[in-house]
Design a protein around this ligand. Structure first.
Ligand SMILES: O=C(O)CCC(=O)C(=O)O
Length: 273
């Protein structure tokens, strides 16, 4: 990592906002050129998936996309984003999960049906008995298409809901829970969200295909959620990127890391005042 990335470190205001609301919006995290290049590769993958049989009328959920192109790999330790991730979670982290979602126009009439609200991590929410639930991980969503107005398949959230173990739903499954809001952002925006924040995808009632890349970071002792077939990339990554892609010395190092397991810690000790 180039130490110049520290100018993007999490500020105290950002930390306070993330702790209080469970999310953080960083506009212009990607330049227009980056958005265009990422969109081109995303479109290529989408077309390939359609040719392989994906129904082009439904959303494409494509996990483990990092090996598909270096342009996706390069965001794993992106200078404008990773410093904020380690600012929130610390240095014992890696990319445990990544997925691309392409949501074409639904071509369905707009409805008021309750969306698929959830906290991330499935059984973690049942099998860890603490309250509030532990943070453990967060995702960064890079929005490639224009979601600056609602009804375009926006990501929806209930701000401040990350400390709640449940979210009351409308009794008749019509409408959205109290406090629900669409995240309206321009292309190039990165939205960080705590895995516990109640959130959902929504139907795309517009004629603009929605495109988003999700990068999930968690502690190194968390298992991968996707196949994460990224090991073949290790030999051309610098030490911190390699850590982000799950490399380590041995299994004990997930729990009690040595410097060789966590070059990010070494780097921070050296560069962070
Ligand atoms: O596609 C979206 O807007 C939501 C994605 C989501 O629910 C998730 O990444 O957990």
């Amino acid at each position: 990592m180039d130490p110049s990335c520290l100018k993007y470190a999490l500020t105290e205001e950002e930390r306070a906002a993330f702790n209080e609301t469970g999310y953080l919006i960083v506009e212009n995290a990607l330049s227009q050129e980056q958005v265009a290049a990422l969109t081109e590769e995303t479109d290529r993958i989408y077309e390939r998936k359609v040719q392989e049989g994906h129904d082009s009328k439904t959303a494409l959920f494509h996990p483990n996309f990092i090996p598909d192109h270096d342009i996706f790999l390069n965001l794993v330790d992106y200078e404008k984003v990773l410093p904020k991730v380690w600012g929130i979670l610390g240095w014992n982290i890696y990319l445990y999960h990544a997925h691309m979602i392409v949501t074409p126009p639904s071509l369905q009439p707009k409805s008021d049906k309750t969306f698929g609200w959830h906290q991330d991590s499935g059984r973690v929410n049942v099998e860890m008995e603490t309250h509030p639930r532990p943070r453990l991980s967060l995702k960064v969503a890079y929005f490639l298409s224009d979601l600056s107005v609602p009804d375009r398949g926006n990501f929806w959230i209930v701000p401040g809901s990350h400390l709640n173990d449940s979210l009351p739903m409308p009794a008749d499954r019509q409408g959205q829970p109290e406090g629900a809001t669409p995240v309206c952002v321009k292309p190039g925006t990165a939205v960080f969200f705590d895995r516990r924040l109640w959130h959902t995808a929504s139907p795309n009632w517009s004629d603009i295909t929605r495109k988003v890349l999700f990068y999930g970071y968690g502690y190194r002792w968390i298992r991968t959620k996707d196949d994460m077939t990224v090991q073949s990339l290790w030999n051309r990554c610098d030490p911190i990127r390699k850590q982000m892609l799950g490399a380590g010395v041995n299994c004990n190092g997930y729990y009690s890391p040595t410097d060789a397991d966590v070059p990010l810690r070494v780097w921070l000790n050296e560069h962070q005042k």
